[in-house]
Design a protein. Structure first.
Length: 391
């Protein structure tokens, strides 16, 4: 059995992870590509404790560190498992990979496309997302097999989008471009006309991941050579219905899992060399700086002054409204390199993590009980009566 299956001994209806922090920041240090001859090319990045990383003479407190020897399975254990617990408990959860270009965000999130094929030889390279769904689906299956009397049924549906040049494009239906964001009180943020696909097996998920990732702005063949120039967001909505003993329905829980693979700025962007910037680069830089600004404001502003925040100034922050300060438990995976030439990017990534840690997220269990439904039905009836009277 794989690590994911071994971990799946707990039932799907796991105990709510109540003492979990709403925001976690984890650092992953990527292995160096070219071994430096005399060590001059290496900068000092050290894991000084399980929850601290030091770069140069600066130390950062975080919630976890994956050093350059950490495997993809280690990454899943640290960030994937808690995410599954939270999602099954009814919380919205997000994983956001942030960091300079080439530091391993895409690698951590998805792994190589070839590794997603279940029997592939580079299975060990599979990223967090395929591992999460393998674990999730085997838990759901176990719960249904082990306690059929509880009658919990699950339904999962996925969508996949890309934010490129301030446009939201559907990665599952590439003809659908420049989609609009809608916001409503009940469901929060919603992208209009975005394709939703129902999934129930690991094969379904892998197929969707491969389809979506090969539609992103950088093709599969160049993905490992040239980094992507768009932000990619994969969302899965899990609905769980529990049937009561008497009259059928007793409660329903809905949780949304959001995986965000951000495009990173290139080295010279961070060093301020503003030459030859393409439209694509300008949009990218702008969306990242708006993300940074919003995180700054949210981490500094006291609760009472949080009306009218600049979410809508960029598609990225708008579509991530729940993840950034809202109803979601979120993990930021800050990916860094220990190479000397990356040092300003490394520092700015860690500073981003430090501020992101202060985001005021408040996640609630998204549950509707039989009583809630009955209450709402009563309310609807009353409103209808009133409407008829006033006509
Ligand atoms: P990013 O998405 O941050 O721009 P990538 O994930 O595309 O970076 O990584 C750049 C290259 O480095 C890819 O070829 C990737 O496979 C490799 N890489 C990144 N992290 C690791 C790692 N932890 N182990 C092995 N290879 C890695
Ligand atoms: Mg990438």
């Amino acid at each position: 059995a794989t690590a994911e299956e071994d971990h799946a001994t707990a039932t799907a209806a796991a105990a709510p992870a109540d003492n979990e922090p709403s925001v976690k920041v984890v650092v992953r240090v990527r292995p160096t590509v070219s071994r430096p001859v005399d060590g001059k090319d290496l900068w000092f990045v050290r894991k000084t404790a399980p929850d601290a990383v030091a770069v140069g003479d600066r130390s950062f407190a975080v919630d976890g560190v994956l050093d350059d020897r950490a495997s993809q399975a280690d990454a899943f254990d640290l960030v994937g498992l808690p995410l599954i617990e939270n999602a099954l408990a009814g919380f919205n959860t997000s994983l956001v990979c942030y960091g300079q270009s080439g530091t391993g965000k895409t690698h951590t999130m998805w792994g190589p496309l070839g590794a997603m094929v279940d029997s592939g030889s580079d299975h060990a390279d599979r990223g967090v997302v395929p591992r999460v769904f393998q674990n999730l689906f085997s838990r759901i299956q176990r719960t249904q097999e082990s306690s059929p009397e509880k009658h919990t049924s699950y339904q999962c549906r996925c969508s996949f989008l890309e934010v490129h040049n301030e446009q939201i494009n559907d990665l599952l239906e590439p003809s659908q471009r420049d989609l609009q964001i809608r916001e409503n009180a009940g469901n929060g943020i919603h992208v209009e006309n975005l394709t939703d696909e129902y999934v129930s097996t690991v094969e379904d998920i892998n197929q969707i991941l491969m389809k979506g990732l090969s539609n992103r702005k950088v093709g599969t063949t160049s993905m490992n050579l040239k980094s992507s120039r768009s932000h990619v967001i994969f969302t899965c909505i899990i609905e769980a219905w529990s049937k009561g003993s008497s009259n059928g329905f007793s409660s329903s829980r809905t949780s949304r899992i959001t995986f965000v693979d951000l495009a990173g700025p290139e080295n010279d962007d961070l060093d301020g060399a503003a030459k030859n910037r393409t439209k694509e680069e300008r949009h990218l830089k702008k969306s990242l700086s708006r993300l940074g600004k919003l995180v700054n404001i949210l981490s500094e502003t006291p609760e009472s002054q949080k009306d009218d925040l600049p979410y809508e100034q960029s598609r990225l922050t708008h579509v991530l409204k729940d993840t950034l300060g809202g109803n979601s438990r979120v993990t930021f995976l800050c990916s860094i390199s220990s190479e000397h030439r990356c040092r300003s990017g490394t520092l700015s990534t860690l500073r981003f993590g430090e501020r992101a840690k202060l985001l005021p997220n408040k996640a609630v269990i998204n549950e509707i009980s039989e009583d809630d439904v009955n209450g709402l039905s009563d309310q609807i009836r009353q409103l209808k009566d009133e409407l008829i009277r006033t006509k």
